[in-house]
Design a protein around this ligand. Structure first.
Ligand code: MN
Length: 314
């Protein structure tokens, strides 16, 4: 049932023994939001834990390892930043009491659900929720929420970045968030492995239709060579966006099981969410994703065929 944020806050304050579930292949937004909320709920005297199918990416561990979690036998489940049951991984069949999200067409059923479509980051909602519960936002919470905000808005440049994104950032700045360090760490500095992957991706590019359609591939072999985990490549799907002529850009990432995850970025009036929906995926207007059972080279061909039909007439 969809409820107002006020009702959501009331119901959450009345609950205890919570388990917050972040989505598979976690990013800064779901991790920052989940651990910030856990800290807040614990400050309000509740028992709380955070879990997800995949481990917390190393880059965020310096913040999350400091969050003390409880062991809870029979928790109340809370999901955030996951658009569908599939995205909750091994919790796909779990009954969720609480659900918060910022994606279009969220398909998770929950007793209490609050979705703001197309807001910059889930953490903007989590910040409002913590404030609505009148729980103080500490520097630790602010750091986690800012990590989520800066990564999901890609330094405030996605098309979902709104005045609320900046208002949240201003508030978190006043609350002591490490603006310089978090931005630098998450959006600017590139470790050696990351640079190697970018080189491999550049090499793999297929650029057609006068540069308007481009596809690239990152394989498991690339990851091994660069000695980097897939989870350490947040933002890599936006690499294609640096090409000025690009209208549709797809980054095909080979999954450990040989299937392909196709991340799409679009410009102009082309809906990435609509194209990815054709292959069972979804997401935002200019950034969406779908998974194909095919290996990367074949998945690339399929995506090229699908996308070519969406390019405007020259
Ligand atoms: Mn998000």
């Amino acid at each position: 049932m969809t409820v107002s944020l006020e009702t959501f806050a009331e119901k959450l304050l009345a609950a205890d023994d919570l388990c917050i579930v972040y989505h598979i292949r976690p990013d800064g937004d779901c991790i920052g939001s989940a651990f910030a909320l856990a800290l807040a709920l614990k400050a309000a005297g509740k028992r709380c834990t955070v879990t997800g199918r995949d481990p917390v990416p190393n880059i965020h561990r310096y913040l999350t390892d400091r969050v003390p979690l409880d062991e809870i036998a029979d928790p109340v489940y809370f999901t955030l930043d996951a658009v569908s049951p599939y995205r909750t991984g091994n919790f796909a069949d779990q009954h969720f009491t609480f659900c918060i999200d910022h994606h279009r067409n969220n398909s998770i059923e929950a007793d209490y659900k609050y979705v703001e479509e197309d807001c910059g980051a889930c953490s903007e909602i989590i910040f409002k929720l913590i404030c609505a519960m009148k729980i103080p936002v500490t520097k630790e919470i602010a750091d986690l929420l800012y990590t989520a905000l800066i990564t999901d808005t890609q330094r405030f440049r996605t098309s979902d970045t709104t005045a609320q994104s900046f208002e949240t950032a201003a508030a978190l700045t006043r609350l002591g968030a490490d603006i310089f360090g978090i931005s630098r760490r998450n959006t600017f500095v590139k470790p050696r492995g990351r640079r190697m992957i970018e080189d491999a991706l550049r090499e793999s590019l297929h650029i057609t239709h006068d540069g308007r359609l481009m596809t690239g591939i990152i394989t498991q072999a690339d990851l091994r060579r660069a000695e980097i985990e897939d989870s350490e490549l947040e933002g890599i799907n936006s690499f294609v966006e640096q090409y000025e002529e690009m209208l549709i850009g797809v980054t095909v990432r080979e999954l450990p099981d040989g299937r392909s995850r196709c991340s799409m970025r679009t410009g102009g009036d082309i809906s990435a969410a609509a194209i990815c929906a054709l292959h069972g995926g979804g997401g935002h207007y200019h950034a969406a994703v779908c998974e194909l059972d095919e290996p990367p080279e074949l998945a690339r061909e399929i995506m090229e065929q699908t996308c070519a039909g969406y390019l405007p007439e020259e």
